[in-house]
Design a protein around this ligand. Structure first.
Ligand SMILES: *Cc1c(COP(=O)(O)O)cnc(C)c1O
Length: 233
């Protein structure tokens, strides 16, 4: 028997915590995806997370992600792109990921749809929302969200799945919940306007605010530090 790696132990302990918190809020843990965020981590560390049962892997930087994908090309991984998107990078993203959480402009959505290969299933996307409407942050403002979602829902090679947000860091759990509640309400509002879509995804919650996100209905926790340890940079 080899000793369980720290990554495997972290994942086991996170799964227990998620189950406990979900139960506390009357939710089922199997409706909550644990997305292992592996920016700055090696392909080897990603393989350890996969061996511990994490098949959803999130990457922020395209070049880094493509290198890991090449090293892990036979692995049964669902790759999620969660970082800022430059328009000259959309082709590689459309060709090499099954999810994109950080769609923040109509132009990006159009390009992803045009460039998604016919041989692959439609690309699952979440619209990133700038919930605090901070001018320096990327994401749709709450005011422009519904019109953008309507336009994007008509793009043939995308499947609009829901919303994503990265709230400003906040220590107080009650205030963390407020931001996530706003995202949930926005999702419900967009869903009401687009009844033919199935907006089943709320991509919210990271290592420092996971419990608040679960309390407010997160279906996808994006967890880096609590799985892989503190990042070197
Ligand atoms: C890095 C990152 C995460 C993970 O953050 P941790 O605090 O390490 O869990 C989640 N989402 C996005 C968009 C990130 O860039």
């Amino acid at each position: 028997m080899t000793k369980a790696s720290p990554i495997a132990l972290n994942i086991a302990s996170l799964r227990e915590q998620i189950a406990e918190i979900a139960t506390q809020y009357g939710r089922r843990a199997d409706n909550i995806c644990l997305l292992a965020v592996s920016k700055t981590r090696s392909a080897c560390e990603v393989a350890e997370a996969l061996a511990a049962g994490c098949r959803h892997i999130g990457e922020n930087y395209l070049q880094e992600a493509l290198e890991k994908q090449a090293q892990l090309k036979d692995a049964a991984i669902h790759w999620h792109f969660i970082g800022p998107i430059q328009s000259n990078k959309t082709r590689d993203i459309a060709e090499n990921f099954s999810w994109v959480h950080s769609v923040d402009r109509l132009k990006i959505a159009r390009r992803l749809s045009e460039q998604r290969p016919e041989s692959l299933a439609p690309l699952n996307i979440c619209l990133q929302v700038n919930i605090s409407d901070e001018p320096s942050k990327s994401g749709f403002s709450s005011g422009e969200l519904t019109a953008a979602a309507e336009a994007i829902s008509r793009l043939p090679r995308l499947r609009l799945r829901g919303l994503m947000a990265i709230p400003a860091p906040e220590e107080d759990p009650q205030r963390q919940r407020l931001s996530f509640a706003i995202l949930r309400e926005l999702r419900d509002a967009v869903q009401a306007k687009l009844p033919e879509q199935n907006l089943d995804t709320l991509s919210m919650g990271m290592s420092g605010d996971m419990a608040a996100a679960i309390a407010e209905g997160s279906t996808c926790l994006r967890i880096g530090t609590a799985i892989f340890g503190p990042r070197p940079r």
